[in-house]
Write a protein that binds this ligand. Structure first.
Ligand code: IPM
Ligand code: MG
Length: 357
């Protein structure tokens, strides 16, 4: 049996509600398969920490987190703290500081879940967006000047490096190689004449290492439309930080709910811990009501286990989630049900127990 040390950062809003549910599911799954034992340490970082200490995490936060095998992250953001502060004080320093340059976001229409798209069934929506996660439009290079004057300006520069584009492209090609061998590269090189022409070039160059994968370059506006009109034509999509951000909200929406979409911020070389977090964010509008969907957080747990080498348990969790959605009896309001957060976790755990027998 393998032991892993997991840092848990529930952070804000519904992150506080779903993180403990994820931990319950991870523990039960581990007991059932006997593949691993997890030891958790909880970190109080987030917006409440900021309101008390004037910073989103401790000064030596990254040094502490570095010791762990993985980070299990809830959600960050609160109406009490400007979003750019909470994001740039916690999540981005972790993603950038730990070279988590792959943001791995699978989208799957789960059985029993209703998509807003007409005539699409499970199988039609089943793809993965690989979002560049350390640079591009999120680099943070820029500034403001002449504040308050009519001549006030703001500059935010996208930064694309050869290393940055190559490594994420290579990861995406490799992933595509193990699937349907079809890669779509999101671009906007018709209007962004420097950065995205460079992106296109580097993606094409890396493609020469993967002659069995066909790569299709698609402009982001057309690609956004295609996510809605022909999601079945997608398998692996590689995108810059901002384009990937936008695409993955569309992806979550067509898969029925933001409440089920998982995400992995991955350092493929394993020089640093990777971080697993739901796409949904802190959702202040429903926080504290006990109705947040725990499926994204639990699915993230399965992704974390898969990354740590426990494929069997990851598959068990995956199958249990699908069994619960297929049955459609215990679902939170975002999926049209009336169940509470904890009820869904219990239902998933029940299915795991039944399946493990
Ligand atoms: C996401 C989110 C974040 C992002 C926000 C909260 C800054 O939208 O994880 O997709 O843009 O990266
Ligand atoms: Mg987003």
């Amino acid at each position: 049996m393998k032991h892993h040390n997991i840092a848990v950062i529930p952070a804000d809003g519904i992150g506080q509600e779903v993180a403990p549910e994820g931990v319950k599911a991870l523990n039960t799954a581990g007991e059932l398969t006997g593949e691993y034992k997890l030891k958790y340490e909880h970190f109080p970082y987030g917006c409440n920490y900021y309101l008390k200490h004037g910073k989103m995490m401790a000064d030596d936060g990254l040094k502490l987190l570095r010791q762990f095998d993985a980070i299990y992250f809830g959600a960050v953001g609160s109406p009490a703290v400007p979003d750019h502060i909470s994001l740039r004080g916690l999540r981005l320093p972790i993603c950038q500081g730990f070279e988590q340059y792959v943001c791995y976001r699978p989208t799957e229409l789960l059985p029993g879940v209703k998509t807003p798209l007409a005539n699409k069934k499970p199988g039609d929506i089943d793809f993965i967006v690989i979002r560049e996660n350390t640079e591009g439009e999120y680099t943070g290079a820029g500034g403001r000047a002449h504040r308050g004057l009519p001549i006030e300006i703001a500059v935010e520069t996208s930064v694309f490096s050869r290393v940055g584009v190559e490594r994420v492209a290579r990861y995406a090609y490799r992933l595509a190689q193990g699937r349907r061998k079809k890669l779509v590269s999101a671009t906007k090189s018709n209007a962004q004449q420097h950065s995205f022409t460079f992106w296109d070039e580097v993606v094409a160059e890396v493609g020469r290492e993967f002659t069995d994968v066909t790569v299709e370059r698609v402009l982001i506006d057309a690609l956004a439309a295609r996510f809605i009109s022909h999601p079945e034509s997608l398998d692996v999509v590689v995108a810059s930080n901002l384009l990937g951000d936008i695409l993955t909200d569309i992806a979550a929406a067509i898969s029925g709910s933001l409440g089920i979409a998982p995400s992995g911020n991955i350092n493929p070389e394993r020089d640093y811990p990777s971080m697993f977090e739901p796409v949904h964010g802190s959702a202040p509008d429903i926080a504290g009501k006990g109705i947040a969907n725990p499926i994204a957080m639990i699915w993230c747990g399965a992704m974390m286990l898969d990354f740590l080498g426990h494929k069997k348990t990851a598959k068990l969790i995956d199958a249990a989630i699908k069994a619960v959605t297929a049955e459609g009896r215990v679902l939170t309001p975002d999926l049209g049900g009336t169940a509470k957060t904890g009820d869904v976790t219990k239902a998933i755990i029940g299915k795991m127990r039944a399946m493990a027998k």
